[in-house]
Ligand binder design. Structure first.
Ligand SMILES: [Fe+2]
Length: 473
């Protein structure tokens, strides 16, 4: 039995390719279908099943398109309902695959249909279990996403999760490998490890939620404490995962349309079109950009930031890329979080834009040392830290206010557009996104601080005392 973990850094997501004797099961596929089709083809194998651990909230999974192309059966756990054909597996049901099998283990809690899949190999051994968002490395799935007003509370879901973990997973052998659906950086939990798998025995020793002497009441309190509201796109992605959406091939076809600079300009001036500049931080700041464009660099946590910041999931988007060979990837990464309305990209990039005589906008930027110097002189109107509140509270530069990028849409009314803002984050990615949105929303005088808090710590800027962030939960 071959079990391959397919890690996608941007979403901190793990899909799985499982194969035995020419038969394949894909677990929790991303929106695109090509990688899975190619893997099966390269191994001369046939995709028989597409298993879902649950309806994902943080990405749009590709089961419908993949099933259309392969004829594979889509399997969810009990209680799942969708607009398309699915098979609801029962707790304990076996799904033969080549010379082995996958056994569905219903593990409700993160959501009510949540299920894990125990793998039995050709020799009858059970080397691993795919736990979805029931059990992560170092954490468990958040129990607040599937709340149903009046009938199912966060505490009810946490209680189900406690029972699932204690009765269905922790009873398995200690040497079994746990393969979860997410790792550090995902908003599906609050304290995930950057490791992508571990033995169950080790998790019992190190994962706070699996403590041997923990009562159900303690578990409910601990997993529900310190949860931040989920990103705004989560409910939209759950809805899309239950629906039939535009096929990924059609999304890619439209999204990768090359737009000459004149057409791009005309579209960028339409009120219902958003320009997103996906280039590197350096290219964006040094070469300038199209007026009104938001910076969300492709080489960062691109999709989660698109999801967190672009409030209309049907938003018409045109984009600027560093490299035209990456436009397919960029459109795919938009659609992984449900932004399917990309309309094309700037053909020939910003160089072609300039060559055609169109103007560029620039965001000013300064080094951390310059920021520290200006702060000491008292010559900055609005020095601002756009990291999360928890990061700010743990340690920050004295005299700098907190205005988290995560909440920029909700709180923008607090911004005085006539003032001069100097924005920093941890290392320079989020502050540049924030700077571009400030500028697009009418703040003329905005400056990005390169290198962020990481570089500021190397200067003589006065810092608050470090408080371990976990004590702030
Ligand atoms: Fe999830």
């Amino acid at each position: 039995m071959k079990v391959e973990q397919l890690f996608t850094g941007c979403l901190a997501e793990m899909a799985y390719y499982i194969e035995s004797n020419g038969e394949v099961a894909i677990v929790d596929p991303l929106r695109e279908t090509e990688p899975y089709l190619e893997m099966a083809k390269a191994n001369n194998a046939k995709i028989k099943y597409i298993f879902l651990t649950h309806f994902h909230a943080d990405f749009v999974s590709g089961q419908y398109d993949l099933a259309q192309k392969t004829g594979a059966k889509i399997v969810f756990g009990p209680n799942a309902t969708a607009e398309y054909d699915i098979y609801n597996g029962k707790d304990g049901e076996d799904f033969p695959l080549g010379g082995g099998k996958l056994t569905l283990i219903h593990t409700p809690g993160h959501t009510m249909e949540s299920s894990s899949y125990l793998i039995t190999d050709e020799e009858g051994n059970t080397p691993c279990i795919l736990t979805g968002d029931a059990l992560f490395i170092g954490d468990v799935g958040r129990p607040d996403l599937a709340v149903k007003q009046g009938t199912l509370t966060e505490a009810d879901l946490a209680g189900h999760l406690f029972d699932s973990l204690r009765n269905k997973i922790m009873t398995l052998p200690d040497d079994i490998i746990v393969y979860p659906n997410h790792g550090a950086g995902s908003a599906c939990g609050k304290n995930m490890s950057s490791e992508t798998f571990d033995t169950l025995g080790n998790q019992k020793k190190t994962n706070y939620a699996l403590r041997a002497d923990m009562t159900k009441e303690e578990f409910i309190v601990e997993v529900t404490t310190g949860l931040k509201p989920p990103p705004q796109y989560f409910p939209n992605n759950v809805k899309m995962n239950k629906s039939i959406n535009t096929s990924i091939d059609d999304v890619l076809h439209k999204g990768t349309t090359p737009l000459d600079p004149a057409t791009f300009k005309e579209m960028s001036e339409q009120k219902d079109v958003l320009v997103i500049d996906t280039r590197s931080k350096e290219a964006y700041t040094e070469e300038g950009t199209v007026s009104g464009a938001w910076f969300i660099g492709i080489d960062g946590s691109f999709a989660p930031w698109v999801g967190a910041l672009v409030t209309n999931i049907q938003q018409k988007i045109i984009f600027i890329a560093d490299d035209e060979t990456r436009v397919n990837e960029i459109v795919t990464r938009f659609s992984r979080v449900g932004y399917d309305n990309t309309q094309g990209y700037l053909a020939g990039g910003i160089k072609n834009w300039k060559a055609q005589g169109f103007d560029v906008d620039k965001i000013g930027s300064i080094s951390a040392a310059k920021f520290a110097e200006m702060l000491a002189e008292g010559s900055m109107e609005k020095p601002t830290d756009v990291r999360k509140e928890s990061e700010y509270l743990s340690e920050h530069v004295k005299g700098v206010e907190n205005f988290p990028l995560d909440d920029i849409n909700a709180n923008f009314a607090e911004i005085d557009t006539s003032k001069a803002y100097f924005l920093h984050c941890a290392s320079g990615y989020r502050s540049l996104i924030a700077s571009s949105i400030f500028k697009a929303n009418g703040v003329e005088n905005v400056t990005d601080v390169r290198g962020g808090f990481k570089d500021l710590k190397e200067t003589n800027a006065p810092l608050t005392e470090y408080v371990c962030p976990t004590t702030l939960l």
